[in-house]
Write a protein that binds this ligand. Structure first.
Ligand code: IMP
Length: 180
């Protein structure tokens, strides 16, 4: 797919590798919760593609819901402010919740979401993050299932965007912004 303007895309993780990793995470979740049900909560919009692939590979009775927070907007720098912009549709009390995120960066978003969700008394609360950029961490947070640990680069594709572009790329790519 052509990049926008003069932005440059370099493949970091190919689709085949993503598929294999997502399948391994789904197998792990299926083992960890054998005989139980899981409730996946996707953080809009970046986690949508990851969640849709993951949930189809989990061999358990599964349900899903979505939550949205304000994040980067049009830039590549976080403001440090996290705000809930869409709440869950149903209660999570007593459920095995897996919070599904596209990328764990500063940790601010996940810490905020964990605080909110924990107050709602799920039976268990785990985190699945497709990507982890540990170099950028401001608040420590433990993800139970991590797809790939990546260097401190801005990435797009497989759900991740830059100003709403590139979410539909099959591979995860490093984006270098061009000058017009
Ligand atoms: P955190 O609160 O800094 O951990 O931010 C997590 C959110 O920032 C993610 O859910 C993404 O929406 C966004 N984000 C962080 N790094 C990237 C990136 O490299 N590409 C695209 N979005 C990113």
């Amino acid at each position: 797919m052509p990049s926008q303007n003069h932005d440059r895309l370099k493949i970091l993780i190919r689709h085949g590798a993503i598929e294999r990793r997502v399948s391994a995470i789904a197998a792990q979740i299926s083992r960890d919760f054998r005989g139980e049900q899981v409730h996946l909560i996707g953080v809009l919009k970046g986690a949508v593609i990851f969640l849709s692939d993951l949930v189809r590979l989990i061999r358990l009775q599964s349900s899903m819901d979505f939550i949205a927070v304000s994040s980067y907007g049009k830039g590549t720098q976080t403001s440090g402010q996290v705000r809930l912009t869409k709440d869950l549709d149903r209660s999570i009390e007593g459920l095995n919740v897996i919070l599904v995120e596209d990328i764990l960066d500063t940790g601010l978003t996940l810490n905020y979401l964990l605080r909110i969700l924990q107050q709602r008394r799920p039976k268990t609360l785990r985190i699945a993050a497709l990507l982890d950029k540990p170099e950028r961490r401001i608040q420590s947070v433990h993800a139970d299932y991590v797809g790939f640990t990546i260097p401190n680069e801005f990435v797009v594709g497989y759900g991740l965007d830059y100003a709403e572009n590139y979410r539909n790329l099959k591979d995860i790519c490093v984006l270098s912004l061009g000058h017009k």
